[in-house]
Write a protein that binds this ligand. Structure first.
Ligand code: FAD
Length: 643
């Protein structure tokens, strides 16, 4: 029997970003004893980096806005592949979640008459993003942390212990979900990063809220935590991942200097009036308005510019098309030789706003460029290009309860969950997603735990196996006698390069096949990734464990991308350039090839993932009635239109 320490809680939330904290608050408020575990410092989740704002149809700046318009925009942005019930719940509930944040102490920017201000963003018909300058994520996390502290103070007053009902385990990483003999969740296996100590948190409900996968790509806006852990944990626990081919490349990341390549340049720069130009000075986005959006976007610069002051009588500029469209356009301009000196295009606010307005509305951007690139954005244009930003694919969940499919006791919310954004997420729709579905996940996880007569019992064999798996890098076999084991950093670099070059923004069949081949080789080598030293704060060891997750997630992306023979949202096939209405009804599910959750039993060369196709659920008629028939014809399949 394993000597690993055990702790008992009702709900354990893995991840302390917006989704995890909102889930934890809800679970605790429902009366569940709730543990939150995060691999970074408490308060340093990826959500902190969110800049532009949180989308909610409050109608503060334009009173034509309401949840139906938000729902329509979200479905259009996702090219109708969204799990429509999630898009509906999200649009209906987002305003309440923002107002709730305000009652918990969030200080949003205000309109002249004192309401929460809302700004324009790509794909949103009306100004809809509540914001705090370009530091919205920081305020969101600060507020949620403050709420957690408030709940802990309440517990101290009542029970004499701050951590009686809500405790945060920071700088601890979960490597496995543990289940009982019947396949029910019964906790998580973790290690403390500083000491290397193993422990198990036993809990009948686990909420995964671990964010994204960007660190599998070389150029990314994502922080170090984004190694696809939650996606892999769910797969290994037996839950499928949905539509993993959809990866969002944000159109505007920094391209220069090389050390900061990929860092995000927020979409609010364009929402507030910034324009994109090529090396010839042309506002090229007017040449890239796809047919499905033609009626909604300005035909001339003059009309686009008028829209900022009179949105009711003009159409928006094409710089505010959804992200997938803008990223592809930039890619094409650079490829055609009309790029900026460092391989991007120009994004200019300096000729559009006075310097003091730029500094006030975009303070982080001003400092980011000044300090990292020595560029004064009030006086010159920025150079920008696409960067891997967000994964739309994720754990397949029930829309209402956030329960992961097929694994009792497992829930998922936030970027790690799939379905909400379809094939492409609109800016601002993530922060609202975190709050809407974080709350729902916490609620249902707490109810599930409370409703059990008997708690599932941890299978000791699984704990021993998890401990052995985590220790393997210390005794890795060398590839050949006398040679050192594989270096995890080298493997990571090769993986990132492979995904960037072969499964990136524009995809081709032979390249994806090559990527799968390369991933197979990397998988074999990763089994021999070795580290020196001991378990006390050993980043090489941590990376070797993260590699398992990145390889699993990368294989899911490459396999699903090869399978989907069309271009839609965050999946662009050069060999299948158009959107194919027949694919609208198809979801691609990735499952672990070995259904028992083992990796050793799967053939490391053939692959670890098996793909399944399933038909999407028909969209409810009253929601379809929100769209014009002519628009539906562009998206829906023949049978759907017929029905
Ligand atoms: P996160 O906030 O990333 O939290 C994940 C948590 O999981 C972390 O606490 C991490 O430590 C923990 N974790 C991960 N793996 C493990 C493990 N194995 N064990 C234990 N803990 C683990 N979206 C918007 O809507 N509006 C914006 O303006 C916006 N701006 C953005 C700007 C930037 C620069 C970037 C990169 C993204 C932006 N996004 C924006 C997207 C949005 O920020 C993210 O999608 C969102 O914050 C994800 O939140 P989350 O709660 O799902 O995960």
């Amino acid at each position: 029997m394993s000597q690993v320490e055990r702790l008992q809680w009702d709900v354990v939330v893995v991840g302390a970003g917006g989704a995890g904290l909102r889930a934890a608050i809800e679970a605790r408020e429902q009366g569940a004893r709730t543990a939150v575990i995060c691999k970074s410092l408490f308060g340093k989740a990826h959500t902190v980096m969110a800049e532009g704002g949180i989308a909610a149809a409050m109608g503060n700046v334009n009173d034509h806005d309401d949840w139906r318009v938000h729902f329509r925009d979200t479905m259009r942005g996702g090219k109708f592949l969204n799990q429509w019930r999630m898009a509906e719940l999200h649009a209906r509930e987002a305003p309440d979640r923002v107002w709730e944040l305000e009652t918990w102490g969030a200080l949003f920017d205000r309109t002249a008459d004192g309401r929460i201000s809302q700004r324009n963003f790509g794909g949103h018909e009306y100004p809809r993003l509540a914001h705090v300058g370009d530091r919205t994520g920081l305020e969101l996390i600060r507020t949620l942390q403050q709420k957690i502290v408030e709940l802990q103070q309440e517990d101290h007053r009542e029970l004499g212990d701050y951590e009686a009902r809500l405790k945060v385990f920071q700088e601890c990483t979960v490597t496995r979900i543990v289940k009982d003999a019947d396949g029910k969740v019964c906790g998580v296996f973790c290690y403390e990063r500083e000491s290397g100590r193993f422990f198990v948190i036993e809990a009948p409900s686990v909420v995964i809220a671990t964010g994204g996968i960007g660190k599998s790509f070389k150029v990314t806006s994502n922080s170090w935590e984004y190694t696809g852990d939650g996606h892999a944990l769910a797969l290994l626990a037996g839950a499928p991942l949905l539509n993993m081919e959809f990866v969002q490349f944000h159109p505007t990341g920094m391209v220069w200097p090389p050390s900061v390549k990929g860092i995000l340049v927020t979409e609010s720069v364009r929402g507030d009036g910034g324009v994109l130009r090529n090396s010839e000075g042309k506002r090229f986005m007017f040449d890239y308005i796809p047919d499905v959006f033609k009626e909604k976007y300005a035909e001339s610069e003059a009309e686009g510019d008028r829209w900022y002051d009179d949105p009711d009588h003009n159409r928006r500029p094409p710089e505010l098309l959804p992200r997938d469209e803008v990223a592809r356009a930039i890619n094409s301009e650079v490829k055609a030789g009309r790029g900026s000196p460092h391989g991007g295009v120009f994004l200019d606010v300096s000729t559009r706003m006075p310097p003091d307005v730029v500094r006030r509305r975009l303070p982080s951007m001003y400092h980011q460029f000044k300090e990292l690139a020595d560029v004064d954005i009030t006086a010159e244009a920025m150079e920008v290009g696409p960067t891997c930003h967000y994964v739309m694919g994720g754990i397949a969940v029930d829309s209402d309860s956030a329960a992961a499919r097929g694994v009792p006791g497992l829930y998922a919310a936030g970027e790690v969950a799939g379905g909400m954004h379809g094939s492409n997420r609109l800016g601002g729709n993530s922060l609202s997603d975190l709050l809407v579905f974080g709350r729902r996940a916490g609620l249902h996880a707490a109810r599930y735990a409370a409703g059990l007569d008997v708690r599932p019992v941890v299978d000791e064999g699984q704990v021993d196996a998890a401990a052995a798996e985590a220790l393997r890098p210390f005794s890795a076999e060398a590839p050949e006698e006398g040679a050192p084991p594989e270096n995890p950093y080298t493997l990571h670099q090769e993986l990132q390069q492979t995904m960037n070059d072969l499964v990136g923004i524009i995809r081709r069949e032979p390249e994806m096949a090559e990527a799968l081949q390369k991933l197979a080789e990397l998988r074999v080598r990763a089994r021999r990734a070795g580290v020196e030293g001991h378990r006390q704060f050993n980043p090489g060891w941590h990376l070797s464990l993260d590699l398992r997750n990145m390889l699993l997630v990368s294989e899911c992306i490459a396999r699903a991308a090869l399978e989907r023979t069309e271009s839609r949202g965050g999946h662009t096939r050069e060999d299948w350039p158009g959107m194919d209405r027949r694919w609208r009804r198809a979801n691609l599910l990735c499952r672990l090839a070995d259904p028992t959750g083992g990796l050793a039993a799967t053939d490391p060369v053939r692959g670890q993932i098996r793909l399944e196709r399933e038909e999407t659920e028909p969209i409810r008629p009253d929601l379809l009635a929100l769209f014009d028939k002519e628009e539906l014809v562009k998206y829906l399949s023949e049978e759907e239109l017929h029905e």
